[in-house]
Design a protein around this ligand. Structure first.
Ligand code: SF4
Length: 69
């Protein structure tokens, strides 16, 4: 998705805008203004932040969140 900030975590085109990741990790995932999809606006840095993003990745119902690390 074009709005993802550069880094290992991203949301791809299969996002169905369910907002589970934005509820789980609101410091890292946001919905677009028109709720068309989620995107990563802040990459995790600390281990705790990475854990939160991994949890979001694992509970996304369509596997739209990726981690290139
Ligand atoms: S959990 Fe997955 S499908 Fe739902 S908004 Fe986030 S990236 Fe999109």
């Amino acid at each position: 998705m074009p709005k993802n900030v550069p880094g290992p975590y991203y949301v791809d085109e299969s996002c169905i805008s369910c907002q589970i990741c934005t509820d789980e990790a609101p410091k890292h995932f946001k919905m677009t203004d028109i709720n068309s999809n989620a995107f990563v606006f802040k990459q995790p840095k600390t281990d705790a932040e990475k854990d939160v993003c991994e949890k979001a990745l694992s509970i996304c119902p369509v596997g739209a969140i990726g981690n290139d690390e």
